[in-house]
Design a protein around this ligand. Sequence first.
Ligand SMILES: [Zn+2]
Length: 417
Amino acid sequence: MAYQSLYRRYRPQKFSDIRGQEHVVKALRNAVRDDRVGHAYLLSGPRGTGKTTAARILAKVLNCQNPADGEPCGVCDSCVSIEGGTSFDLHELDAASNNKVDDIRDLLSKVALGTPGRTKVYLLDEVHMLTAGAENALLKTLEEPPDHVVFVLATTEPHKVVPTIRSRTQQLELTLIAADQMAELVREIGTDAGLDINDEIVGHVVKVGGGSARDTLSALDQVVAAGGVGDIDSSTADLLESIAASDPAMAIAAIEAAGERGADPRRIGERFIDALRTVFLLKMGSPPSRLSEPEIELAKRFVDRLTPAAITRSLETVGRALVDMRQAPDPRIDLEVAFVRLTNPAVDSSHAALVARIEALEAGAPSPAPAAAVAATPTPVAPPAAEATAAPPPATPAPVESSDSSSPPLPTGGRPA
Ligand SMILES: [Zn+2]
């Protein structure tokens, strides 16, 4: 049997299985029990907090042959087909990839048709991504919804949903799950799945997951696959080392190695930021609480080797790359470009990069940039115009060694068109 991720295997089947969202669960369950379910709900909240899971459970209970106390039975034909993704009573559309007016019209054209079950549920995920035309088409349907239809709109960014749509929905907000609640969930799942996990692993995956059940359980999957927390973090240590040593090849190799172990680029970047923040706080004399021994040890290694300017520049650059990755066809490129910039300030003409070069000079280290670039700059805070005339064009970065010869050449800035 193919391996099923813990997140899928332990996906809540009933409202009462959803953790940390008591008010949302109560509102939906009571509405079902009292037979006053609305025509449209807007579920908002960070990724991995249970928005689409709640929508699927709602679709189940509204079509279940034996609902009890506002919960689906989970075993009737309807419940099974919704769980298996084969039901005609639940229609899902990911607005992030199907945001055109034709996509939404196609979906809505079936709204008026009958349904095999009692209620047809439309789940529109990332609804804030719809184009204006698609929003209008949706709005028309929300103005006069047929009796047997319930819309569940889900979004991570409710402020981007137009007010005309928001005002026609009942809004329910899901929140990040508290660390102690998440730790309890991880322990329960660990026991049920027969995993050998200890407090260090629980603490690690809860921190990596950042309050998202999906991210926490995929972190647990990775720890289990890697055989422990230690292995997972070697790429983070290598990335910190690459910044301290200004070594782009080491950074690229670390990203590649982490990718081969199954970590996605986003997770690699987030882990790096997490570790760097620990270094930063340690440097400022206030280490964060609830860290494992290996995490503290790792941070201590870099406290004296990274300057505050290098740390803030790294946090900003990788943080920006994480945002850009959301829209990127190949997020790994964003991460690689960010680290090439950080490990090789000569390719970066930003103010922060100049400060990094000056810091390196002051520390007596050989400058990674052509000496003329700094010597010709009159003051450390040259205005942009002076910088443009004084600085030579950025040097071409040295070819980066990579064992993956099929990789496209790295761009030196921006995203490929
Ligand atoms: Zn059922």
